[in-house]
Ligand binder design. Structure first.
Ligand SMILES: [Zn+2]
Length: 278
């Protein structure tokens, strides 16, 4: 029999939060201060751990600074987002490579492919994606992978690099099960954001996937400040890290699991993937 005292507090691991974007309109020092406050508030609210991925040089820098200021709560990923790649060059790449050895950095990304937006020409996206997958393998770090309307394009890259030892997570997964099944076979983790809670029928495909991912490969995230989960969607200006509990509880219910059990399992999965100690 379990007593209340034996049950650990529900502690979520938000595996994808752009903390530095939550207060984008403020001056830089203020952004970092408020992002740090946001991380601490999230911790009080039961989100014990946050992976903060950069998308370009200023945000990579901010992610590392936040990780240094919040040890044991925030870790950084460094990379160049497919939608930022057009504005990045050799100097940005050299910094990502140098940062990959920083102890606060636990992953390479956010990287990936995006056919929904055309901010970066496709061939340029592919160059940046490939070099980041190479770096992840070389650094023995997992990759944080963005895939928007590019499922069929991304799989050959993943197949190639998985053969070389790539580990990683498909973030804010919106893909249909046949793609996800392939990615799972390649050893990847699958992370769900607020979009899994959206009521519109077109999001049913995400729920179908979220029901089927093996329990030892599933992660949760906010993608803050984007993808605010229900029931807060449309009622708050931007997504906050605490809201990962809404997404996590939703997926737990979808799978018929106790919320605390699901929180603990997804946290264990994130700890295993990113190699952090809580
Ligand atoms: Zn992101």
């Amino acid at each position: 029999m379990t007593t209340n005292r034996d049950v650990p507090p529900v502690t979520w691991f938000d595996t994808h939060a752009h903390l530095y974007l939550i207060h984008e309109e403020s001056p830089r020092g203020e952004i970092l201060r408020r992002a740090e406050e946001a991380a601490r508030a999230a911790k009080e609210a039961g989100v014990g751990a946050i992976l903060c991925p950069g998308i370009d040089t200023p945000s990579n820098e901010a992610a590392i600074t936040l990780a240094q200021r919040c040890p044991g709560t925030v870790w950084a990923a460094v990379g160049v987002h497919p939608n930022s790649a057009a504005e990045c060059g050799d100097a940005d790449w050299e910094r990502v490579v140098a940062w990959a050895t920083d102890p606060a950095v636990k992953a390479i990304g956010e990287t990936g492919l995006d056919r929904y937006r055309d901010a970066t020409p496709w061939d340029v996206q592919c160059v940046w994606f490939r070099r980041q997958l190479e770096l992840a393998v070389r650094s023995a770090l997992p990759a944080v992978i963005h895939c928007r309307e590019a499922e069929a394009d991304i799989t050959p890259f993943l197949r190639e690099f998985a053969a070389g030892g790539l580990r990683g997570v498909m973030h804010a997964c919106a893909a249909a099960w046949d793609h996800v099944a392939t990615w799972l076979d390649l050893g990847l983790y699958i992370s769900f954001a607020g979009s899994v809670t959206y009521r519109n029928r077109k999001f049913e495909v995400i729920r179908d996937t979220a029901r089927r991912v093996p329990l030892d490969r599933i992660l949760v995230e906010t993608d803050a400040p984007f993808l605010t989960p229900e029931p807060l969607r449309g009622r708050v200006p931007r997504c906050r890290v605490e809201y990962v509990a809404h997404t996590g509880s939703f997926v737990a219910e979808l799978r018929g699991l106790a919320v605390a059990e699901f929180a603990a399992q997804t946290t264990r999965n994130a700890v295993a993937l990113f190699g952090v100690s809580l």
